[in-house]
Design a protein around this ligand. Sequence first.
Ligand code: PLP
Length: 406
Amino acid sequence: MIKMNPHYNKLNASYLFSTIAKKITEHQNANPDTSLIRLGIGDVTHGLAKPCVDALKAAADELGSDESFRGYGPEQGYAFLRETIAENDYHQRGADIDPDEVFVSDGAKCDSGNFLDVLANDIVVGVPDPVYPVYVDTNVMAGRTGAFSDGRYDGLQYLEGTVDNGFVPTPPSSHLDLVYLCFPNNPTGASATRSQLSEWVSYALEHNALILFDAAYERFIQSTDVPHSIYEIEGARSCAVEIRSFSKTAGFTGTRCAFTVVPKDIEIADDSGEKRSLHSLWNRRQSTKFNGVSYPVQRAAEAVYSPEGRREVDYRVNYYMENARLIRDIMTNAGYTVSGGVDSPYIWVQTGTDSWSFFDRMLTEAQVVITPGVGFGRMGEGFIRISAFNHREKVEEAMERITRAL
Ligand code: PLP
């Protein structure tokens, strides 16, 4: 009989969001007249920015005529988008990134998982705790871990985020080959300063390690001492891959467009210890397994950088960050220790009880859905994540309900 990938059996059976969904369904069945407000999952609520919609329509029209039809595009993305990204996201911030180091894709989630394809299995992997679960589960699927016990997988090195380190783990004294960093962070909302990122870059250079830097929330950064790209740190071109997404800023969660930057300076060893180019390996992987993002979607992503596109993105970011401020203030005034919500749309609250009890209380007493921190790892126990992605009236009402319940 056909056999399954045995590593899937190791995956933690109670996946966070399916457990939440089950609890919501049970609650709604028992209380059919109540209306829930969801401040849980990190999906956006504003529609796609207008210039992006216009670009999508115009590109669809182009595809409809034989003269301007485009079939398979370059697997790495069209030059018009790669050049726009390199110029606006990197050159204008003083980061030296070439357009052909930018690989356009259909999502930051896919890229962070797919990247494991080009790395050996017997490497030491460091993941943050709390963590965006995709980093962990994709390593489990690839067979880089042992069994799951006591909230952790054997074989992974966990980098602990705590109140004391402001949820920005410091480099360990032990050796890692691959390190996942995500700033601004999901779920804790923490951001990393220049000196904190510099420490990680120095660590990676010293250990010949690779940093997978997930900057999906870069556009939400408000603090002036927080770099927007890891390439603002000297040396990062030799040790860091950066992943970004149009999902949360311009409303591409359903439309799907993101990109991964793989600098040509990064060298990686083959079995015999000979040095190879990571850029060439990723290019090989993408050319073989991916056929590019659709032309209309890439045109829509390009429109994000137009003057009107920027205004729309600014409007969305400011709107969600005003929600974040509101949530932060109310939870702080209610006496909770709160972090995040300054450079990111996530607010991380220390509950004083275990995460699931607080979740249950908010669901049943306030009819508000939040996310239990323990679902993001053992270090998330005792915390909850509140997402600022919703309409203002909903956020205001949710916070009134929470205040009453508390
Ligand atoms: N990276 C982080 C840290 C995220 O929180 C998310 C979505 O929630 C993603 C990546 C997914 O981005 P995309 O929609 O581009 O796949």
